[in-house]
Design a protein around this ligand. Structure first.
Ligand SMILES: [Zn+2]
Length: 121
């Protein structure tokens, strides 16, 4: 606020949770549901209005944030792999219907996002 207008579009530090489907997936698995705040911390360590952030690689113009998001998505994909490996074939939790195919698609999508944030997509 005090340092003037920042024209860059950033990613929020919790960028990997930004996707609604995965938020829902994780919410139904772990009960982690949080509403999006008006102001968020960015991958490059600033605080900006949430509207100045984006989970879409094509829209993020802040370079440190792009690198941050690429790393985070790659790490998250790896975490998902481990998570799904713990409960092969079956649902992750009672009443939750996540197939191996769903899991593979989610992992592939996060790896793809990581590549696009890194500018290689
Ligand atoms: Zn940034």
């Amino acid at each position: 606020m005090s340092d003037g207008w920042d024209p860059h579009v950033h990613v929020e530090v919790n960028v990997v949770r930004a996707g609604k489907d995965v938020r829902n997936l994780l919410a139904s698995t772990f009960g982690l549901v949080s509403d999006l705040p008006a102001e968020v911390e960015t991958g490059c360590g600033q605080r900006v209005a949430f509207v100045m952030t984006s989970p879409h690689p094509e829209r993020v113009t802040c370079l440190p944030c792009r690198e941050f998001a690429s790393d985070k998505h790659r790490q998250f994909a790896d975490q998902l792999v481990n998570l799904f490996r713990m409960s092969p074939g079956a649902g992750l939790a009672p009443g939750l219907n996540v197939t191996a195919e769903d899991a593979a698609q989610a992992v592939a999508r996060y790896r793809d996002l990581a590549e696009r944030f890194a500018g290689r997509g």
